[in-house]
Design a binder for this molecule. Structure first.
Ligand SMILES: NC(=O)c1ccc[n+]([C@@H]2O[C@H](COP(=O)([O-])OP(=O)(O)OC[C@H]3O[C@@H](n4cnc5c(N)ncnc54)[C@H](OP(=O)(O)O)[C@@H]3O)[C@@H](O)[C@H]2O)c1
Length: 225
């Protein structure tokens, strides 16, 4: 069984549909119940579970529900796609939007991973954390977004060290630009027609995530162009 966060749109939704088509049972999560229900229409293998990952009780309830709904099926993969964007020169960034950005990208990841490690560190679970090429290089006009993604990278690299020798693995993913609802919701208007579609990125990521009995691909950059 797979859990995909940020699955009410974009990359998460595209991945969820791909895995469901392969016959996997997929729990899909996001805050927007209507959008989640829309995504779930695509397959009987998709199971919506709304949760705000910035809320500790929301995260706990997500995993309690998952255990109840799974009917005993083991959770073997979590793909964390939830996140949001906010851009602009630093002098023009608004305090409330900065807080929201840090919450949706950094707090959500920390609360999710903390709960996962508590519950699953001794089980063979692959945790895939989707960040961005903005976690690999600085970008003018994206300072707080880069700060958030670099923070997530530092966090998961550190938790990886804490998991050394455990069966739970963390896989880091760094995608380049994708043509999704991310851009309109970030408030940045740009031409994304040459960016990867969510489905293209999902196809590449799904291929790269195939593990063997004694190995897995640990770090994945999905370059645009
Ligand atoms: N699009 C790009 O060019 C691009 C490039 C590199 C990396 N990324 C990263 O890739 C990931 C997926 O992006 P995308 O393009 O698929 O974006 P998207 O279409 O906007 O999807 C983002 C998802 O995150 C969920 N989400 C946001 N905040 C949340 C919260 N607090 N709790 C739970 N769910 C939350 C949203 O659902 P609700 O609104 O329903 O909560 C939505 O399902 C993000 O982390 C993004 O930063 C995107």
């Amino acid at each position: 069984m797979i859990l995909i966060t940020g699955a009410s749109s974009g990359l998460g939704a595209a991945l969820a549909k791909r895995y469901a088509d392969l016959g996997e049972q997929v729990m899909i999560s996001g805050r927007n119940q209507a959008r989640l229900a829309d995504v779930a229409q695509a397959s009987k293998n998709l199971h919506p579970m709304a949760a705000d990952l910035c809320d500790e009780q929301g995260v706990t309830a997500l995993f309690d529900n998952l255990t109840t709904m799974s009917g005993g099926a083991a959770l073997d993969t979590v793909i964390h796609c939830a996140g949001s964007g906010y851009f602009g020169p630093i002098t023009e960034q608004q305090t409330d939007e900065i807080h929201k950005l840090l919450q949706n990208n950094v707090t959500s990841c920390i609360l999710l991973v903390r709960e996962l490690v508590k519950r699953y560190q001794d089980t063979p679970l692959n945790l895939v954390v989707v960040m961005s090429t903005a976690a690999q290089q600085p970008k003018a006009g994206e300072s707080t977004y880069c700060a958030a993604k670099w923070a997530v990278r530092g966090f998961i690299e550190s938790v990886r060290l804490e998991l050394k020798g455990k069966p739970m693995k963390i896989i880091a993913v760094y995608p380049g630009g994708m043509d999704t609802g991310f851009w309109p919701s970030s408030g940045k208007s740009l031409d994304t027609s040459s960016f990867m579609s969510a489905d293209e990125a999902a196809e590449m990521l799904q291929g790269a995530l195939k593990a063997t009995a004694h190995g897995h691909i640990a770090d994945i950059t999905i370059a645009r162009g």
